[in-house]
Design a protein around this ligand. Structure first.
Ligand code: NAP
Length: 271
């Protein structure tokens, strides 16, 4: 069995770098198609056990897994340029739905995986959707491969991939935005230096995550209540969030992301 990546960019590297270093039940033979010579040269030097090729100059076997990892805007031309694929196809491309891929690739053995940017740390959330024809044996291998970059969440309908986009794939940016706001306020209102504001805020985030993970049986709402005593200081801040309806703002933001994911898929499908 070969695992063939079409496109050797950030997401593909996040996956194959972790695969190469991991321990596997099956021997993995990794091939990466990267058409850019400079990138190919850099990758070949860095990953001597992986074969890097400028194009798919052989026909994959039915036992191979082909991972499509080019930008969505390159997806159509790339798919149409591939030889007939009888193996299992996995797309990590955002906004390209399985109907579209089936049409371009003349295959129904297609899986969509929606990872996020934390893949390179092994901390991604991977939404996984299988078309019914993807054989069980390959589902297990795909889940094992994807577990190297994060936690898998299997979904039963493709629209849930758009939902995963809204609640997980784009979410690191929402969290970064809130962190930016905390840092900006520490600097602009309270006069801390950028470095101090950054350090303090980072420590607050680390300790908040540690408390959530350390007290898994305690609802997060309760953790918040525990440090928001009546008429105390924290409660005053939470009142401001509630007055501005922060939870509704988050819901609106995630809905906007979900709607855009569906819209992008529609645009690519009609191209
Ligand atoms: N990065 C993320 O955090 C993330 C998260 C979720 C999903 N994704 C999805 O993952 C996919 C890849 O994203 P990325 O961030 O890894 O993009 P990227 O870094 O641009 O990687 C794509 C690579 O594919 C190469 N390429 C393009 N067409 C090719 C072809 N026909 N044959 C061989 N190589 C080709 C590109 O080379 P040139 O640039 O030189 O053309 C580029 O190096 C996207 O569809 C994206 O939606 C990414």
């Amino acid at each position: 069995m070969q695992i063939i990546f079409i496109g050797g960019g950030n997401m593909a590297e996040a996956i194959f770098s972790r695969l190469e270093n991991g321990s596997h039940d099956v021997k993995l033979n990794i091939v990466v198609i990267q058409h850019n010579l400079d990138k190919r040269t850099r990758l070949s030097a860095q990953y001597p056990n992986i074969r890097f090729l400028p194009s798919l100059n052989f026909t994959p076997t039915a036992d191979d897994i082909i991972i499509l990892a080019v930008k969505p805007q390159d997806a159509k031309n790339t798919c149409l340029s591939l030889p007939k694929i009888s193996g299992t196809i996995v797309s990590v491309m955002a906004g390209v739905n399985t109907n579209t891929l089936s049409r371009w690739l003349n295959s129904n053995k297609i899986t969509r995986v929606m990872p996020n940017t934390a893949a390179k740390l092994g901390l991604s959330v991977n939404g996984i959707f299988y078309l019914p024809k993807v054989p069980l044996k390959y589902r297990q291998i795909i889940e094992s491969v994807m577990s190297y970059i994060g936690k898998n969440h299997i979904v039963n309908d493709e629209d849930s991939i758009n939902k995963i986009t809204a609640i997980a794939s784009s979410s690191p940016a929402y969290v970064f935005y809130f962190i930016e706001a905390l840092i900006d306020s520490a600097v602009n209102k309270f006069g801390f230096s950028d470095a101090d504001a950054h350090d303090i805020t980072l420590q607050v985030l680390k300790s908040s995550i540690a408390m959530i993970e350390g007290e898994v049986c305690t609802p997060i709402k309760q953790l918040r209540a525990n440090i928001s005593s009546k008429k105390g200081t924290t409660e005053q801040a939470i009142h401001v969030f509630e007055k501005a309806n922060l939870k509704q703002i988050v819901l609106d933001a995630q809905t906007a992301c979900y709607d855009r994911a569906k819209e992008l898929a529609r645009i690519i499908d009609t191209e």
